[in-house]
Design a protein around this ligand. Sequence first.
Ligand code: GAP
Length: 514
Amino acid sequence: MAQQDEVFKKIVSHAKEYGFVFPSSEIYDGLSAVYDYGQNGVELKNNIKRYWWDSMTLLHENIVGIDSAIFMHPTIWKASGHVDAFNDPLIDNRDSKKRYRADVLIEEEIAKMDDKIEKEVAKARKRFGESFDEALFRQTNPRVAEHIAKREALHERFSQAMNDNNLEELRQIIIDQEIACPISGTRNWTEVRQFNLMFKTEMGSTADGAMTVYLRPETAQGIFVNYLNVQKTGRMRIPFGIAQIGKAFRNEIVARQFIFRMREFEQMEMQFFVRPGEELKWFQQWKEWRLRWHKALGLGDEKYRYHDHEKLAHYANAATDIEFQMPFGFKEVEGIHSRTNFDLSQHEKFSGKNIKYFDPELNESYVPYVIETSIGVDRMFLSVLCSSYDEQKLENGETRVVLHLPAALAPVKCAVMPLVRKDGLPEKAREIVNDLKFDFATHYDEKDSIGKRYRRQDAVGTPYCITVDHQTLEDNTVTLRERDSMEQCRVEISELHRLIHDKVSLNSLLRKLS
Ligand code: GAP
């Protein structure tokens, strides 16, 4: 784990050093859990968004996009349940004055128990080799059985307390498990209180009677309140979907792990409206489609897993997370939820407007059911960054740091470099840039040795480097160097466009999905 922590620290500093992610307001010592994206970060982020947006709106003729406002009528958040129930249970340690999420403290305790169990299993696997029967071992080894029983009992008690919203019981679990504050090391805990995660602000002048409004904690509600506008103006027929990308805000208590949990972040959400009774079929379909979208990036199929929810929100009848293996464990990147007709029915009730859909095939009106796919742009960014970061030992003893970014997502697609800064090579290189720049993010780089320039491009994940040398002036060929293999080949300048396009275009990625 310590080694993973080290790697993660390196990724965070690499992200800053190479213009991907900066702490927000850094010259004022930063603002907790808020980050800015730099010159390379914004390109990578835009490419991730483009991949998602095109996969939704181009590949599905029944999905269209919208861009709703961040400010919305405050009653929307009453109807959606966020005013009353978008809470985290928090607890303070009286000695360190640090604040924690009570549920996270308990989940970490359960994770420690899981670690213990896995360690025992790993030890036994090593001891018994080929003949090891893991299922049998888990059932029969007394120490493992004892750990499993304790873990299950704690999990059961915790789930019950969360389901019943029993804050006293959550505190009692923390006391009984002897969970100590990681800072002070003491168990001097306050009561557990509910804390609403929405940011409030005021709209209008106070003299006129200002209205309390919220920064939206999810983009989904902007889709729900517009669903009938889109359906009518777009003449959409069920099943159909509405996609949206936009900022969301949550006053997270535990804001840790870099851009994994932020107070201002971005979501890519799609609500798919279906006939009542057909939602579970569509839920399965979207579960499959979304995993395929992730895997098409080639970050490693083994890095993904589903986590089906045992405890469902009151409005959901199925929910799963797609988790990705971050350096700090498998973590949720995307949620897929069957939200029934809860949100739309609530908006119908609170607004007093009829927002039923008339189904011409059934000749009846109903409130559609909804399947939601919701993915955090920043978490997606983090998963791409973490799985692409690599430190390679080279044959000459040097180490190169390379980002094996999926080529279609790379901020810079190719860099053109004159071997030397004279003899007409820079002019020839500029000519190539001026041709390629209309189709690809192309950089021109003439500073430092060619080796250093390659390293710089590797560090930001540029898939191709094109070197212009004296031979170029004679026969119009250049050296094309591929990032991952570092292989170089001589190609005609006229071939560059085709060769690069094949590898870096979003088009080839999207084709894998259909
Ligand atoms: N509309 C449903 C919804 O918002 P969610 O599970 O709360 O569901 C969806 O959020 C996704 O948004 C998560 O899977 C995660 O990728 C991202 N997300 C949520 N909170 C976040 C935060 N504080 N920082 C970064 N990303 C976050």
